[in-house]
Design a protein around this ligand. Sequence first.
Ligand code: AMP
Length: 190
Amino acid sequence: MNLILFGPPAAGKGTQAKRLVESRGMIQLSTGDILRAAIASGSDLGCKVEGIMARGDLVTDEIVIGLIAERLPEVEKTGGAIFDGFPRTVAQARALDDMLRSRGGQIDLVIRLKVDDEALKARVAGRFAESGRADDNPKAFEQRLVAYNRDTAPLLPYYEAQNKLVNVDGMAAMDAVTEAIEGALGKFGR
Ligand code: AMP
């Protein structure tokens, strides 16, 4: 099955994705992780996206769609993936649907971790210093929230119209969030 973990920055998508990797043997596809690895390796792609990411802006649809396209054969072999931080725009969502459909697959479920902006800001405020991420500072975080609300939140009606959206309270304790996600996945039996 293919699952999207959806939500604003710092909602806990990465943490929950890693738990699903452990409990269900699914693979996690995080465009943020792939891009940070490109920066760390000093590749052309890394140089291209470094400034954009540090500001908290979105990199182009073309780049991230290409990164995901490269990984789809691997996704098929493992029987599906957890998409974490992708798609982030309607164009990315359409491209993902098209790519999966052309390979006989689909997105089965979109789990939205619901956390409001003020709670997110409070959650990250104390953690900037220790994060080690160039975009974990008040200014870039604010911009990441702007990008989420402007470009990514419009995906909610997109997936709602496909009857794929499940809302989970992302403000609950981490274990309770995991339990709610496992409950939503239950019917897929993996
Ligand atoms: P994340 O680790 O998911 O919070 O992503 C960190 C940063 O990587 C984002 O703020 C964007 O600059 C970039 N990024 C990651 N995924 C995408 C995406 N699907 N579309 C555009 N930019 C992305």
